[in-house]
Write a protein that binds this ligand. Structure first.
Ligand SMILES: C[S@@+](CC[C@H](N)C(=O)[O-])C[C@H]1O[C@@H](n2cnc3c(N)ncnc32)[C@H](O)[C@@H]1O
Length: 267
């Protein structure tokens, strides 16, 4: 199929699915009930406040009881280590590690602020691509790992999760926008949305999904994946981790997106 024909085919998929006779079209509540039926510990939350969401991200990590060491994967853009350092202080941690491709000078001030309350906190910054399996050979294991708004930008996110899990003793925290279950219909689904036609993306833009420059190659700066919550849970199950606790905000990223905040532990 030629490229332009492929794009117009992809653009027409939502109409084709909606029109197919006999295709079940569950509403979001129904689809989510089916997908999350075995996870009654996940609570549904309603807020439209970004500030509330940010505090929930801090609280998810700060709630990882017994954590003495933690690592944030991609925690610098805009937030300068907030989701690593504020929980580290709340937990009285000894070691905090940040891995990010893009250094931010503001991180130094955030470290100083954390150390003013917790002087003994050791902080590591690793300026490296966390898709690289070689990286993990030299990393210290930590109690808790944080993956906030990064998995949707990685073409090899399952391999990243396997690597992260190999260096995590207790908890993995994941938070990011996910397509609502009803958008993809069946539990465990994900869509490679980076290469959707731009007109289709524009219809589904979440509140904070910027119109990135188009690229036809995988690019971690772009929104690449539309995971569903059930897809993330299924992937974690596949590598031997289960949901310990979690919340799903159904309203903060617009009508097509859920925002899960999930804490996993080993099965
Ligand atoms: C969308 S921001 C998320 C920032 C923060 N975690 C949050 O929740 O607001 C993505 C961050 O991850 C970093 N990043 C993305 N992919 C990466 C990779 N493969 N290796 C290292 N850093 C990466 C980017 O430099 C950026 O700081």
């Amino acid at each position: 199929m030629r490229h332009s024909r492929l794009l117009s085919y992809v653009a027409a998929i939502p109409r084709k699915v909606a029109r197919r006779p006999g295709t079940p079209t569950p509403d979001h509540g129904e689809a989510a009930d089916l997908a999350w039926a075995t996870h009654p510990q996940i609570r549904r939350v309603t807020t439209t406040e970004l500030g509330v969401l940010m505090q929930m991200k801090v609280a998810l990590v700060a709630g990882c009881a017994g954590t003495r060491s933690l690592r944030d994967f991609g925690g610098l853009y805009l937030v300068h280590g907030k989701y690593l350092l504020e929980p580290a202080v709340a937990l009285g941690a000894e070691f905090a590690s940040m891995i990010d491709l893009t250094p931010r000078t503001e991180f130094a001030a955030a470290i100083e602020k954390a150390r003013s309350t917790l002087p003994g906190l050791e902080v590591e910054f690793v300026n490296h691509d966390f898709r690289d399996p070689e990286l993990y050979k030299s990393l210290r294991a930590v109690d808790t790992s944080i993956l906030f708004e990064v998995l949707l930008h990685q073409e090899n996110y399952i391999s990243v999760l396997q690597s992260v899990a190999s260096k995590t003793e207790r908890y993995i925290c994941i938070a990011q926008p996910c397509l609502k279950e009803a958008m993809l219909g069946l539990p465990g689904s994900a869509s490679l949305l980076q290469f959707w036609p731009e007109s289709l993306k524009n219809n589904y833009r979440a509140t904070y999904w910027p119109a990135e420059p188009r690229t036809e190659r995988f690019d971690t700066a772009s929104w690449m994946w539309g995971h569903t919550v059930s897809h993330l849970i299924a992937v974690m199950h596949g590598i031997g981790w289960i949901v310990d606790d979690g919340e799903i905000i159904e309203t903060v990223y617009g009508q097509y997106w859920d925002y899960p905040l999930l804490r996993f532990r080993r099965e």
